[in-house]
Write a protein of this length. Structure first.
Length: 194
């Protein structure tokens, strides 16, 4: 689909799958730009949950989109484009973790913190400490458990969608999430009891 007279892509009504088909037919770069615009934040957040390093996540996000662009010919529409793209992103993250031979990942404490929801300084300090503990606990999870948590708890996907991305049945996702939660619960026990 060509840009409109003002140069903007008139594609909000187009599904991802139609954008892919249109790109295959025309090779129009603005169609890929639209796909990137739609999915960049979620792909980056997913990869970050796997590597727990903002700079590395940014690099791997770029790599994942390049791999996806090169592999658009392999997208057959058997799943949604988003599911296919998340699979590419997860494979990119897994490849990185294998190259690093550093799984569980090393959590970097210089990653920006989220804003505190607490009003008092004591509560804000406790919340920051809990955030640190959660990040460190996530870093200790093996990649398959971390992926199950990232896809279901952080991305809000159901077990079927997460299973499609991970290449396993929904029951495996349920088991991984259960195991991850047990490990996190044990690791965060002192915080949960207070």
């Amino acid at each position: 689909m060509p840009p409109t007279s003002n140069g903007a892509l008139d594609s909000p009504a187009l599904t991802d799958e139609r954008l892919v088909a249109a790109y295959r037919e025309s090779g129009e770069p603005s169609l890929v730009d639209e796909l990137v615009r739609r999915h960049l934040p979620r792909v980056n957040a997913l990869i970050f949950q796997m590597v727990l390093d903002e700079s590395v996540a940014d690099d791997l996000t770029q790599e994942a989109f390049l791999r996806a662009l090169r592999g658009l010919g392999s997208f057959r529409g058997k799943s949604t484009f988003a599911t296919w793209l998340f699979r590419v992103a997860m494979n990119t993250a897994y490849s990185h973790l294998k190259r690093q031979k550093n799984s569980p990942v090393q959590y970097r404490s210089d990653v920006p913190e989220r804003e505190s929801t607490q009003s008092g300084p004591d509560e804000a300090v406790l919340e920051a400490e809990l955030d640190e503990e959660i990040k460190e606990a996530m870093a200790e999870l093996p990649p398959d458990l971390r992926a199950a948590m990232a896809l279901t708890s952080f991305e809000g996907l159901d077990a079927k969608q997460a299973g499609e991305i991970e290449g396993c049945p929904p029951g495996t996702i349920y088991a991984r999430v259960h195991q991850a939660r047990q490990r996190l619960r044990r690791r965060l026990e002192k915080w949960l009891s207070s």
